[in-house]
Design a protein around this ligand. Structure first.
Ligand code: VTB
Length: 328
Protein backbone atom coordinates (compact mmCIF):
# COMPACT_ATOMS: atom_id res chain seq x y z
CA UNK A 1 0.00 0.00 0.00
CA UNK A 2 1.56 3.32 -1.01
CA UNK A 3 2.09 5.35 2.13
CA UNK A 4 -0.18 8.34 1.93
CA UNK A 5 1.77 11.57 2.31
CA UNK A 6 0.73 13.60 5.33
CA UNK A 7 0.29 16.56 2.99
CA UNK A 8 -2.16 14.66 0.83
CA UNK A 9 -3.90 13.09 3.81
CA UNK A 10 -4.51 16.50 5.35
CA UNK A 11 -5.27 18.49 2.23
CA UNK A 12 -6.82 16.34 -0.48
CA UNK A 13 -10.42 16.98 0.57
CA UNK A 14 -9.65 20.57 1.56
CA UNK A 15 -8.35 21.13 -1.96
CA UNK A 16 -11.75 20.17 -3.35
CA UNK A 17 -13.35 22.78 -1.09
CA UNK A 18 -11.14 25.41 -2.75
CA UNK A 19 -12.23 24.58 -6.29
CA UNK A 20 -15.85 24.05 -5.22
CA UNK A 21 -16.01 27.54 -3.72
CA UNK A 22 -14.40 29.05 -6.81
CA UNK A 23 -16.84 27.24 -9.11
CA UNK A 24 -19.86 28.26 -6.98
CA UNK A 25 -18.79 31.90 -7.11
CA UNK A 26 -18.08 31.78 -10.85
CA UNK A 27 -21.42 30.12 -11.54
CA UNK A 28 -23.29 33.26 -10.50
CA UNK A 29 -21.81 34.87 -13.63
CA UNK A 30 -21.92 32.03 -16.16
CA UNK A 31 -23.89 32.91 -19.27
CA UNK A 32 -23.94 36.61 -18.42
CA UNK A 33 -21.28 37.54 -20.95
CA UNK A 34 -18.79 39.18 -18.56
CA UNK A 35 -15.59 37.10 -18.39
CA UNK A 36 -13.93 39.59 -16.05
CA UNK A 37 -16.67 39.19 -13.44
CA UNK A 38 -16.51 35.41 -13.79
CA UNK A 39 -12.77 35.51 -13.11
CA UNK A 40 -12.98 38.10 -10.33
CA UNK A 41 -15.67 36.20 -8.41
CA UNK A 42 -13.85 32.88 -8.68
CA UNK A 43 -10.45 34.36 -7.79
CA UNK A 44 -11.80 36.07 -4.66
CA UNK A 45 -13.55 32.87 -3.56
CA UNK A 46 -10.51 30.68 -4.25
CA UNK A 47 -8.21 33.04 -2.35
CA UNK A 48 -10.60 33.13 0.64
CA UNK A 49 -10.82 29.33 0.67
CA UNK A 50 -7.01 28.98 0.45
CA UNK A 51 -6.54 31.41 3.34
CA UNK A 52 -8.68 29.13 5.50
CA UNK A 53 -6.36 26.15 5.00
CA UNK A 54 -3.65 25.09 7.42
CA UNK A 55 -0.95 25.84 4.86
CA UNK A 56 1.94 28.18 4.23
CA UNK A 57 1.22 28.43 0.53
CA UNK A 58 3.11 30.22 -2.22
CA UNK A 59 1.34 30.84 -5.52
CA UNK A 60 3.82 29.76 -8.22
CA UNK A 61 1.31 29.77 -11.08
CA UNK A 62 -1.48 32.26 -10.76
CA UNK A 63 -3.46 35.14 -12.20
CA UNK A 64 -0.39 37.04 -13.32
CA UNK A 65 2.58 38.96 -11.97
CA UNK A 66 2.13 41.01 -8.81
CA UNK A 67 1.69 44.23 -10.80
CA UNK A 68 -0.88 42.61 -13.10
CA UNK A 69 -3.20 40.75 -10.75
CA UNK A 70 -4.68 41.99 -7.47
CA UNK A 71 -5.11 38.48 -6.14
CA UNK A 72 -3.49 35.07 -6.49
CA UNK A 73 -0.54 36.70 -8.25
CA UNK A 74 2.72 34.82 -8.66
CA UNK A 75 4.54 34.87 -5.34
CA UNK A 76 1.51 35.68 -3.19
CA UNK A 77 1.50 33.96 0.21
CA UNK A 78 -1.77 32.28 1.17
CA UNK A 79 -2.89 30.14 4.08
CA UNK A 80 -3.90 30.36 7.69
CA UNK A 81 -4.26 28.37 10.88
CA UNK A 82 -1.00 26.87 12.10
CA UNK A 83 0.36 27.03 8.56
CA UNK A 84 1.41 23.44 8.99
CA UNK A 85 2.13 22.59 5.38
CA UNK A 86 4.63 24.61 3.30
CA UNK A 87 3.36 24.11 -0.26
CA UNK A 88 3.59 25.51 -3.79
CA UNK A 89 0.29 26.19 -5.50
CA UNK A 90 -0.72 26.46 -9.15
CA UNK A 91 -4.17 27.99 -9.60
CA UNK A 92 -6.57 28.79 -12.39
CA UNK A 93 -9.77 29.99 -10.70
CA UNK A 94 -11.49 29.82 -14.07
CA UNK A 95 -9.91 27.89 -16.87
CA UNK A 96 -12.00 29.15 -19.76
CA UNK A 97 -13.31 32.55 -18.66
CA UNK A 98 -14.79 33.17 -22.12
CA UNK A 99 -16.57 29.81 -22.31
CA UNK A 100 -17.89 30.27 -18.77
CA UNK A 101 -19.15 33.78 -19.53
CA UNK A 102 -20.85 32.47 -22.67
CA UNK A 103 -22.28 29.41 -20.89
CA UNK A 104 -20.30 27.15 -23.23
CA UNK A 105 -18.97 23.75 -22.09
CA UNK A 106 -15.91 22.88 -20.02
CA UNK A 107 -15.31 25.90 -17.85
CA UNK A 108 -13.58 24.65 -14.66
CA UNK A 109 -11.98 25.89 -11.46
CA UNK A 110 -8.66 24.12 -11.02
CA UNK A 111 -5.75 23.91 -8.57
CA UNK A 112 -2.64 21.81 -8.13
CA UNK A 113 -0.53 21.74 -4.98
CA UNK A 114 2.83 20.16 -4.18
CA UNK A 115 5.63 20.28 -1.66
CA UNK A 116 8.02 23.20 -2.20
CA UNK A 117 9.68 22.91 -5.62
CA UNK A 118 7.16 20.32 -6.77
CA UNK A 119 5.72 22.42 -9.63
CA UNK A 120 7.72 24.18 -12.37
CA UNK A 121 7.38 27.96 -12.17
CA UNK A 122 6.52 28.13 -15.86
CA UNK A 123 6.25 31.66 -17.30
CA UNK A 124 3.16 32.69 -19.24
CA UNK A 125 4.56 31.68 -22.61
CA UNK A 126 3.09 29.31 -25.18
CA UNK A 127 4.03 25.64 -24.94
CA UNK A 128 3.71 23.16 -27.79
CA UNK A 129 2.02 20.19 -26.09
CA UNK A 130 1.33 16.54 -26.71
CA UNK A 131 -0.97 14.86 -24.15
CA UNK A 132 -1.77 11.15 -24.23
CA UNK A 133 -3.55 8.64 -21.93
CA UNK A 134 -1.75 6.02 -19.80
CA UNK A 135 -1.55 3.24 -22.44
CA UNK A 136 0.48 5.55 -24.71
CA UNK A 137 2.65 7.09 -21.99
CA UNK A 138 6.35 6.71 -22.79
CA UNK A 139 5.60 5.62 -26.36
CA UNK A 140 5.11 8.95 -28.16
CA UNK A 141 7.48 11.82 -28.95
CA UNK A 142 6.54 15.47 -29.34
CA UNK A 143 9.06 15.80 -32.17
CA UNK A 144 7.73 12.92 -34.22
CA UNK A 145 5.39 13.64 -37.15
CA UNK A 146 1.73 13.81 -36.14
CA UNK A 147 0.97 10.65 -38.11
CA UNK A 148 3.64 8.66 -36.24
CA UNK A 149 2.23 9.66 -32.85
CA UNK A 150 -1.32 8.88 -33.95
CA UNK A 151 -0.27 5.41 -35.12
CA UNK A 152 1.38 4.72 -31.76
CA UNK A 153 -1.66 6.08 -29.93
CA UNK A 154 -4.01 3.92 -32.00
CA UNK A 155 -1.94 0.79 -31.28
CA UNK A 156 -1.79 1.66 -27.59
CA UNK A 157 -5.57 2.05 -27.41
CA UNK A 158 -6.16 -0.97 -29.66
CA UNK A 159 -8.25 1.02 -32.08
CA UNK A 160 -7.87 2.39 -35.61
CA UNK A 161 -6.44 5.87 -36.21
CA UNK A 162 -9.80 6.70 -37.78
CA UNK A 163 -11.39 6.16 -34.37
CA UNK A 164 -9.13 8.68 -32.61
CA UNK A 165 -10.27 12.16 -31.61
CA UNK A 166 -7.59 14.80 -31.00
CA UNK A 167 -8.49 18.00 -29.13
CA UNK A 168 -6.95 21.18 -30.56
CA UNK A 169 -7.52 24.80 -29.57
CA UNK A 170 -9.36 26.52 -32.42
CA UNK A 171 -6.62 28.95 -33.41
CA UNK A 172 -5.04 30.02 -36.71
CA UNK A 173 -1.65 28.81 -35.47
CA UNK A 174 -3.05 25.26 -35.55
CA UNK A 175 -4.17 25.18 -39.20
CA UNK A 176 -1.27 22.95 -40.30
CA UNK A 177 -1.61 20.70 -37.27
CA UNK A 178 -5.35 20.25 -37.88
CA UNK A 179 -4.73 19.31 -41.51
CA UNK A 180 -2.04 16.79 -40.46
CA UNK A 181 -4.34 15.09 -37.94
CA UNK A 182 -7.14 14.83 -40.50
CA UNK A 183 -4.78 13.66 -43.26
CA UNK A 184 -3.63 10.85 -40.94
CA UNK A 185 -7.26 9.76 -40.69
CA UNK A 186 -8.07 10.90 -37.14
CA UNK A 187 -10.73 13.42 -36.19
CA UNK A 188 -10.22 16.83 -34.60
CA UNK A 189 -12.33 18.29 -31.81
CA UNK A 190 -11.84 22.04 -31.85
CA UNK A 191 -12.25 23.89 -28.55
CA UNK A 192 -12.37 27.61 -27.88
CA UNK A 193 -10.56 27.36 -24.52
CA UNK A 194 -9.55 24.86 -21.86
CA UNK A 195 -6.71 22.49 -22.64
CA UNK A 196 -6.36 21.43 -19.00
CA UNK A 197 -9.82 19.86 -18.79
CA UNK A 198 -9.34 18.56 -22.33
CA UNK A 199 -6.13 16.84 -21.19
CA UNK A 200 -7.92 15.23 -18.26
CA UNK A 201 -10.63 13.99 -20.60
CA UNK A 202 -7.97 12.53 -22.91
CA UNK A 203 -6.38 10.70 -19.97
CA UNK A 204 -9.69 9.13 -18.84
CA UNK A 205 -11.55 6.50 -20.86
CA UNK A 206 -15.10 7.01 -21.98
CA UNK A 207 -14.93 10.72 -22.75
CA UNK A 208 -14.63 10.30 -26.52
CA UNK A 209 -11.30 12.16 -26.75
CA UNK A 210 -7.87 10.54 -26.90
CA UNK A 211 -5.16 13.20 -27.12
CA UNK A 212 -4.47 16.93 -26.98
CA UNK A 213 -2.06 18.59 -29.40
CA UNK A 214 -0.94 22.14 -30.13
CA UNK A 215 0.12 25.34 -28.47
CA UNK A 216 -1.39 26.28 -25.13
CA UNK A 217 -0.26 28.12 -22.06
CA UNK A 218 2.85 26.78 -20.32
CA UNK A 219 1.31 27.42 -16.87
CA UNK A 220 -1.65 25.29 -17.91
CA UNK A 221 0.88 22.67 -19.01
CA UNK A 222 2.24 22.47 -15.46
CA UNK A 223 -1.24 22.11 -13.97
CA UNK A 224 -1.97 19.40 -16.54
CA UNK A 225 1.26 17.60 -15.65
CA UNK A 226 0.24 17.44 -11.98
CA UNK A 227 -3.01 15.71 -12.93
CA UNK A 228 -1.41 13.37 -15.46
CA UNK A 229 1.28 12.36 -12.96
CA UNK A 230 -1.57 11.18 -10.71
CA UNK A 231 -3.50 9.57 -13.57
CA UNK A 232 -0.54 7.91 -15.29
CA UNK A 233 -0.98 9.79 -18.56
CA UNK A 234 1.77 11.87 -20.17
CA UNK A 235 2.38 15.41 -21.33
CA UNK A 236 5.40 16.51 -23.34
CA UNK A 237 5.92 20.20 -23.94
CA UNK A 238 8.34 22.64 -25.52
CA UNK A 239 8.31 26.36 -24.77
CA UNK A 240 7.49 28.44 -27.85
CA UNK A 241 8.80 31.96 -27.09
CA UNK A 242 7.63 34.54 -29.64
CA UNK A 243 9.72 37.55 -28.66
CA UNK A 244 13.29 38.32 -27.60
CA UNK A 245 11.89 39.27 -24.17
CA UNK A 246 10.27 35.88 -23.80
CA UNK A 247 13.49 34.14 -24.88
CA UNK A 248 15.45 36.16 -22.35
CA UNK A 249 12.88 35.37 -19.67
CA UNK A 250 13.20 31.64 -20.30
CA UNK A 251 17.00 31.85 -20.18
CA UNK A 252 16.82 33.83 -16.97
CA UNK A 253 14.70 31.06 -15.42
CA UNK A 254 17.16 28.38 -16.53
CA UNK A 255 14.65 26.98 -19.03
CA UNK A 256 15.68 25.79 -22.50
CA UNK A 257 13.46 26.58 -25.50
CA UNK A 258 14.99 23.64 -27.36
CA UNK A 259 14.20 21.08 -24.64
CA UNK A 260 11.13 18.83 -24.58
CA UNK A 261 9.87 18.83 -21.00
CA UNK A 262 8.15 15.74 -19.63
CA UNK A 263 5.43 15.20 -17.05
CA UNK A 264 8.07 14.76 -14.35
CA UNK A 265 9.93 17.90 -15.46
CA UNK A 266 6.78 20.02 -15.27
CA UNK A 267 5.52 18.47 -12.01
CA UNK A 268 8.54 16.96 -10.20
CA UNK A 269 6.73 16.84 -6.85
CA UNK A 270 5.92 13.56 -5.11
CA UNK A 271 3.22 14.96 -2.82
CA UNK A 272 0.97 16.25 -5.58
CA UNK A 273 -2.74 16.94 -5.20
CA UNK A 274 -4.95 18.11 -8.07
CA UNK A 275 -8.56 19.23 -7.95
CA UNK A 276 -10.97 20.55 -10.58
CA UNK A 277 -14.62 21.51 -10.19
CA UNK A 278 -16.94 21.98 -13.15
CA UNK A 279 -18.29 25.49 -13.69
CA UNK A 280 -20.12 24.69 -16.95
CA UNK A 281 -21.04 21.18 -18.10
CA UNK A 282 -18.36 19.13 -19.89
CA UNK A 283 -17.38 15.58 -20.89
CA UNK A 284 -15.72 14.87 -17.56
CA UNK A 285 -17.41 17.18 -15.03
CA UNK A 286 -20.92 18.55 -14.70
CA UNK A 287 -21.20 22.27 -14.20
CA UNK A 288 -22.66 23.94 -11.12
CA UNK A 289 -26.40 23.32 -10.85
CA UNK A 290 -28.29 25.86 -8.78
CA UNK A 291 -31.62 25.24 -7.09
CA UNK A 292 -33.72 27.12 -4.55
CA UNK A 293 -31.58 27.28 -1.40
CA UNK A 294 -28.48 25.64 -2.69
CA UNK A 295 -26.29 24.30 -5.46
CA UNK A 296 -24.66 21.10 -6.57
CA UNK A 297 -21.02 20.75 -7.70
CA UNK A 298 -19.08 17.99 -9.43
CA UNK A 299 -15.33 17.66 -8.92
CA UNK A 300 -12.43 15.35 -9.60
CA UNK A 301 -9.61 15.24 -7.07
CA UNK A 302 -6.52 13.09 -7.14
CA UNK A 303 -3.34 12.48 -5.16
CA UNK A 304 -0.01 11.19 -6.44
CA UNK A 305 0.97 9.44 -3.23
CA UNK A 306 -2.32 7.58 -2.75
CA UNK A 307 -3.00 7.10 -6.48
CA UNK A 308 -6.66 7.62 -5.69
CA UNK A 309 -8.90 9.53 -8.11
CA UNK A 310 -12.16 10.71 -6.53
CA UNK A 311 -15.19 12.12 -8.32
CA UNK A 312 -17.05 14.16 -5.72
CA UNK A 313 -20.68 15.18 -6.07
CA UNK A 314 -21.47 17.82 -3.43
CA UNK A 315 -24.78 19.42 -2.50
CA UNK A 316 -24.27 22.85 -0.91
CA UNK A 317 -27.24 23.97 1.18
CA UNK A 318 -26.60 27.67 1.08
CA UNK A 319 -29.38 28.77 3.38
CA UNK A 320 -29.68 27.27 6.85
CA UNK A 321 -33.01 25.57 7.16
CA UNK A 322 -33.38 25.50 3.39
CA UNK A 323 -36.28 23.15 2.70
CA UNK A 324 -34.41 21.27 0.02
CA UNK A 325 -35.06 17.66 -0.89
CA UNK A 326 -31.78 16.22 -2.15
CA UNK A 327 -32.20 14.25 -5.39
CA UNK A 328 -29.88 11.29 -6.08
C1 VTB B 1 -4.26 28.56 -23.57
C2 VTB B 1 -4.81 27.27 -22.94
C3 VTB B 1 -5.84 27.58 -21.85
O1 VTB B 1 -6.27 29.74 -22.88
O2 VTB B 1 -3.47 29.23 -22.60
C4 VTB B 1 -5.42 29.47 -24.00
O3 VTB B 1 -3.74 26.54 -22.38
C5 VTB B 1 -4.91 30.78 -24.49
O4 VTB B 1 -4.63 30.61 -25.85
O5 VTB B 1 -6.46 26.38 -21.45
P1 VTB B 1 -4.77 31.89 -26.80
O6 VTB B 1 -3.71 32.86 -26.34
O7 VTB B 1 -4.55 31.37 -28.17
O8 VTB B 1 -6.16 32.44 -26.59
C6 VTB B 1 -6.88 28.57 -22.33
O9 VTB B 1 -7.64 27.94 -23.32
C7 VTB B 1 -7.83 28.98 -21.21
O10 VTB B 1 -7.11 29.57 -20.19
Amino acid sequence: MTSLSSLEQALVLETVRVTEQAALAASRWTGKGDKHEVDRAATEAMREALNALDIEGTVVIGEGEMDEAPMLYIGEKVGGGARRFPIDIAVDPVEGTTVAAKGLPNGIAVIAIAERGGLMHAPDIYMDKLVVPPPAAGRVRLDWPVEANLNVLAQSLERAVEDLVVVVLDRERHETLIQSVRRAGARVKLIEQGDVIASLAAAVRGTGVHAVMGWGGAPEGVITAAALKCLGGEIQGRFMPETAEQRERLRGMGLDEMQVYTTADLAPGEQLVFSATGITDGELLQGVRRFGGGARTHSVVMGHASRVVRFIDSVHLEEHGARVTIRV
